[in-house]
Design a protein around this ligand. Structure first.
Ligand SMILES: Cc1cc2nc3c(=O)[nH]c(=O)nc-3n(C[C@H](O)[C@H](O)[C@H](O)COP(=O)(O)OP(=O)(O)OC[C@H]3O[C@@H](n4cnc5c(N)ncnc54)[C@H](O)[C@@H]3O)c2cc1C
Length: 384
């Protein structure tokens, strides 16, 4: 059995510079009142905010300079993401592109795709969606049925994706599709990823409303959608490896434990400087958990900086991070009970708590469910 090692690296010079720049940027934004800090999660779409962050050199800083980035470490990217989340910044317009789709194209895309797309991501002008899940295939991605058939230099795609976050605002998405039959013994073969240009004909987006009535995710339907072969990501048939590599980026960031950060701040304000013994213990426990999660996140960013693919460590961080995110509103309800007030912007604590109670159930689903993550971890420990 192999133990997990979470060494925490010291922040390199580029990460310290990133921290200084992002704090300055956010202080300027707050002073100018150019964005409303959101109540939870990172999924507020504000294209203008993302452009300003791009102009300030705060998006995709890890990409090489030739593609518009700054060649900084993943630790610098991590620090920027952490500060954006802690300040409730509306990052969704560039979040998925810089977190996972861009890095995927940088590592495995064609030169044409890199030159076409990466500079737009760095400029904060490019929104991506994730085209993995299908109606009968969420946890079990090997079961995807969307199919691409070769036609000369192109591929023709037919099928549907579901739960595609922000597809209604996306310029592109990376879709996992079947390009040949699964081998009877190995269902993971025959899958391939393609970059989908959402402005081209043959792709339709339909909204799905979440339980709070919000429009965040969608159905995406392909009807004879034509994609050139140089928009393929990775080798033909290597989609399973591509997708698991992409999930390491998706699962490892501070977005997996800072979704509820505003509630933590509001809760501490609410309890005030004279907590009773129960409140003090519970808040102390939350703060120490958050501190451990931050150290794990920094450690994984260090692994990514070192060129590793920490898929299991990312699964572990997402699992314990999501447990924390689900627990926080429950602790808040116990130690500082309040009537729900979803639309009362004046009552910040109850407004935040109401919002998070409605959204928290999705945290352990998006990006892979808890059971699936625990399966990944158990396999790495040799337990299954
Ligand atoms: C807010 C939100 C945003 C999302 N955004 C996107 C997106 O942008 N792009 C995208 O592609 N998808 C997205 N998803 C979909 C998400 O990835 C899937 O919902 C998730 O992977 C689970 O798949 P499923 O819904 O098909 O459930 P299922 O896979 O059917 O699972 C149902 C239940 O069975 C359990 N289960 C399944 N298989 C096993 C197993 N082998 N062992 C033990 N238990 C198992 C699961 O843990 C779960 O509890 C999003 C989901 C949410 C909630």
């Amino acid at each position: 059995m192999e133990a997990f090692q979470f060494d925490v690296p010291a922040l390199p010079a580029d990460a310290l510079e990133a921290e200084r720049r992002v704090r300055e940027f956010l202080a300027r934004e707050r002073a100018a009142g150019t964005y409303q800090p959101h109540l939870s999660s990172w999924n507020t779409h504000d294209a203008e905010f993302s452009r300003r962050a791009g102009r300030a050199g705060l998006v995709a800083v890890g990409f090489p300079k030739e593609y518009g980035g700054q060649g900084w470490s993943m630790l610098a990217r991590y620090v920027i993401a952490r500060e954006m989340l802690a300040n409730g910044a509306p990052c969704f317009a560039h979040w998925i592109a810089e977190r996972q789709s861009g890095p995927q194209i940088l590592r495995h895309g064609s030169e044409r795709a890199r030159k076409l797309i990466l500079p737009k991501i760095c400029a904060g002008e490019c929104t991506f969606g994730i085209g993995m899940s299908e109606p009968d295939s969420g946890s079990d991605l090997a079961a995807v049925r969307t199919r691409a058939v070769r036609q000369g230099d192109d591929w023709v795609i037919n099928g549907s994706k579901i739960w595609t976050s922000n597809a209604h605002n996306a310029h592109y998405l990376i879709a996992l599709v079947r390009t040949s039959e699964a081998d009877g013994k190995n269902r993971h073969v025959g899958l391939t990823q393609f970059v989908i240009d959402m402005a081209k004909p043959g792709v339709k987006v339909r909204p799905i409303y979440n339980l709070a009535g919000g429009h965040e995710f969608n159905e995406v339907h392909f009807n004879d959608y034509v994609v050139p072969d140089d928009m393929r990501v990775g080798e033909l048939g290597a989609g399973w490896d591509m997708v698991t590599g992409e999930l390491a980026f998706e699962r490892s960031g501070p977005d997996r434990f800072l979704s509820d950060y505003r509630l933590m701040v509001e809760l501490i304000d609410r309890v005030g400087t004279k907590p009773d013994a129960y409140q003090a213990v519970e808040i102390g426990r939350l703060v120490s958990h958050l501190s451990a999660l931050t150290r794990m996140g920094t450690s994984i960013a260090g692994m990514l900086t070192a060129g590793k693919s920490p898929q299991v460590e990312a699964a572990l961080l997402k699992d314990v991070g999501n447990v924390f995110e689900r627990e926080l509103p429950e602790v808040a309800r116990r130690i500082a009970p309040v009537q729900p007030a979803p639309d009362d912007a004046g009552a910040r604590y109850s407004e935040t708590l109401s919002h998070i109670v409605q959204h928290a159930p999705s945290y352990t689903l998006r990006g892979g469910t808890r059971e699936i993550l625990r399966g990944v971890i158990a396999r790495a420990l040799g337990l299954r």
